[in-house]
Design a protein around this ligand. Structure first.
Ligand code: NAD
Ligand code: MG
Length: 378
């Protein structure tokens, strides 16, 4: 890679955002941070600003103390940061559909988008592909499974691929009975066995809704139909995903479970750069590596998400919006764990077939799903 790459981090105070800054701190000769945005954590953002001195700082919601006058404010700051001339790579580390406009704008402006915000592709995968084609931007996934698949594919031709196999840790309830899962408490859902992540994606990993979002993400990133994208449970999170080729050969990408690896790769792809930041892989201490069939009966959110994927149209956006709203209620203590898939199911039945021809239609389906889940959650 030639020259210093200039990076905007959207959602810089979150789990992926802070992971990225840790990675970039070890690669200061390669990268410069030119824009940072956060939702409401002004103190965390201020600390990052004093270390990185970005040209642009944005905060979405500044309730409480007034932010410095030089900071931009409001929802529009994500798009502002994403299209700047002094930005080469936009790391979208925002959680939820709120990241959509910034992804689209960055791609239209010809940027590389290092995409952690998988919801972008679930809500509007076809629009994202069109924005890439129009603006000449590119998406490089940050999600560990998709980074693994990208690395396994390398420069091989897509005709040679038979199927993608996404690994799933199985989450904290992998071995629980459906009855036990139905009564799961918030603290239990947030206790992920192999990853430390933001609260929303942690709950998604407990319901396995996350894996449905990732199947849809893989469909739009790699262009394979859903009957050639499979999920297998792999509790150790060491094999990050696999690609089977038409001759029967299977390539997998392995590594210690650390998001620092896929974050760095998304910034340097297709090249690799030296980094000593994460513990070295040791196959003996990683052993044994095991695989299990996924229990769709115990994890209805995954089943519903896979059905929404196949239905297409507005169904993935409705699945995502209902899930976001139900998880927000669960995190607030206002919904039982078992009601997350129940609300998603209702939203899909009511709104899954809404029109999906453009962004306005998708956002209307998103809003209808959220509103239904909120009303039923009261
Ligand atoms: P997080 O909750 O820790 O951080 C989210 C960030 O987004 C915060 O900086 C917050 O300020 C910002 N944000 C939240 N709502 C916003 C809004 N409405 N407008 C603008 N900014 C907003 O979440 P995370 O775990 O870092 O996850 C971020 C994304 O990365 C998610 O899509 C998640 O699924 C994906 N992801 C995360 C991990 C992980 O290990 N954490 C792994 C793979 C993928
Ligand atoms: Mg993942």
């Amino acid at each position: 890679m030639t020259g210093v790459k200039r990076i905007a981090i959207l959602g810089s105070t979150g789990s992926i955002g802070t992971t990225a800054l840790r990675v970039i701190a070890r690669q200061r000769e390669r990268f410069r941070v030119t824009a940072l945005t956060a939702f409401s954590n002004a103190a965390g953002l201020a600390a990052q600003v004093s270390e990185w001195a970005p040209a642009f700082v944005g905060i979405v919601s500044s309730n409480g103390s007034a932010p410095p006058a030089s900071w931009r404010r409001g929802e529009g700051t994500l798009v502002e940061a994403a299209v700047r001339d002094d930005v080469d790579i936009v790391l979208n580390a925002v959680v939820g559909a709120a990241g959509l406009d910034a992804t689209l704008a960055a791609l239209e402006a010809g940027k590389r988008v290092a995409l952690a915000n998988k919801e972008t592709l679930v809500v509007a995968g076809a629009l994202v592909q069109a924005a890439c084609a129009r603006g000449g931007g590119e998406i490089v996934p940050v999600d560990s499974e998709h980074s693994a698949i990208l690395q396994c594919l390398g420069s091989r031709r897509p005709e040679g691929v038979r199927r993608l196999i996404l690994t799933a840790s199985g989450g904290p309830f992998r071995t629980w009975s459906p009855g036990e899962i139905a009564g799961a408490q918030l603290a239990e859902a947030l206790r992920h066995p192999t990853w430390t992540m933001g609260r929303k994606v942690s709950v998604d990993s407990a319901t396995l809704a996350n894996k449905a979002l990732e199947v849809i993400e893989a469909h739009f990133l790699f262009g394979l139909p859903y009957d050639r994208i499979e999920v297998v449970v792999h509790p150790q999170s060491v094999v990050h995903s696999m690609v089977e080729f038409i001759d029967g050969s299977v390539l997998a990408q392995l590594g210690v479970p650390s998001m620092e690896l896929p974050v760095l790769y998304a910034l340097t792809h297709p090249e690799r750069v030296a980094d000593e930041g994460v513990p070295r892989f040791d196959p003996v201490s990683a052993s044994p590596l095991t695989f299990e069939a996924v229990r769709l009966d115990a994890f209805p959110a995954l089943r519903l998400g896979l059905e929404a994927a196949r239905a297409g149209g507005a169904a993935p956006a409705v699945f995502n919006a209902a899930n976001e709203q139900a998880v927000a209620l669960f995190l607030a203590g206002d919904l039982a764990f078992a009601d997350i898939p129940a609300r998603i199911d209702e939203a899909l039945q009511r709104h899954g077939a809404m029109p999906a021809h453009d962004k306005a239609a998708l956002l209307a389906a998103d809003a209808a799903a959220r509103s239904l889940v909120r009303r039923r959650g009261l």
